[in-house]
Design a protein around this ligand. Structure first.
Ligand code: GUN
Length: 292
């Protein structure tokens, strides 16, 4: 069997088009949706994400506010900026890029963001709303994964889903969303026993562990759908000019998994573009709610 490739890049482009159409309509009524992104420090991967977010925000017609703060910014100064963004009527969404430097309490910062502007869905009140099946701001990466799964399968009801990874950003909210769609959900993690057997039972595998190519094809049930959240840069030999070559890979071993799975997301071009598209959709939702 050769898997269908789930094209997250094309799907994300369609979502951005829909968002842009809606943004144009709202702007004609006198409101421009605005997204503020806060980056503390110079983590290179975070800087790339923040640049992409800002670029795509502007491309759909929204206003982008970027706040790049030095790595030694105090927690008090960051909280003061969050308070200022909470109070700014031009800002409908606030995203504080994680991870934050060690001297800043990330939980405290996330709790300071107005839940109505929490386009990441990380505030405790949005986490609780999602867990209890109420209208919440839903974290962007799991939301993008769910949209691809629904698009591919239609109903997910009754399917066995295994989520690899238990992070607050992906694993836990992903499990909540799959449960909300009536899957039987297992969250597997570094202490899970007989991991290969657990994964082999799954109709849906969502891999979000941050370990390059960790899931081999012989863990995958024939015909299962594999959603690869990982974005890992690995060595890939030496270029002609003698400098090291790198490439991006996911948390699953693509070639061996694609030989067994029914459908699979590629890296790059799968989950990554969907995350930013969902961030824009969440910002639009926050703006629409703020303006009735
Ligand atoms: N760091 C890695 N992923 C994310 C995300 O989705 N949101 C934020 N704020 N930081 C991240």
């Amino acid at each position: 069997m050769t898997a269908t490739i789930i094209d997250g890049k094309a799907f994300a482009a369609r979502i951005r088009e829909q968002v842009a159409t809606e943004v144009a309509r709202i702007k004609a009524a006198g409101v421009t949706p605005g997204l503020a992104v806060v980056l503390v420090g110079e983590d290179p991967a975070s800087a790339v994400y923040v640049r992409n977010k800002g670029k795509q925000t502007v491309e759909v017609g929204m206003e982008s506010f970027e706040h790049r703060l030095p790595a030694d910014t105090s927690e008090a100064d960051l909280l003061a900026l969050i308070a200022q963004l909470n109070a700014d009527p031009a800002v409908h969404g606030i995203l504080c890029q994680l991870p934050l430097p060690d001297h800043i309490d990330a939980d405290k910062v996330l709790a300071a963001i107005d839940p109505a502007k929490d386009v990441d869905g990380f505030h405790i009140s949005n986490v609780g709303l999602l867990a209890t099946g109420q209208k919440a701001m839903v974290p962007c990466t799991p939301l993008g994964c769910l949209m691809m799964l629904r698009d591919h399968h239609g109903s997910l009801s009754g399917m066995d889903a295994v989520v690899l990874g238990r992070s607050n950003i992906v694993g836990k909210p992903m499990a909540q969303l799959l449960l909300g769609d009536s899957c039987t959900v297992t969250i597997a993690h570094s202490r899970t026993r007989d991991l290969a057997d657990v994964v082999r039972r799954a109709d849906i595998v969502v891999a979000a562990v941050g370990r390059p190519q960790m899931v081999p094809g012989d863990w995958i049930k024939p015909g299962a759908t594999v959603i690869d959240v990982g974005i890992n840069r690995i060595d890939a030999g030496i270029k002609d000019d003698g400098t090291p070559r790198t490439r991006l890979v996911g948390d699953v071993d693509f070639d061996s998994c694609a030989a067994v799975a029914g459908a699979i997301t590629p890296v790059p071009g799968g989950v990554g573009p969907m995350t930013i598209a969902c961030l824009l959709a969440n910002t639009l939702t926050a703006c629409c709610r703020a303006h009735g």
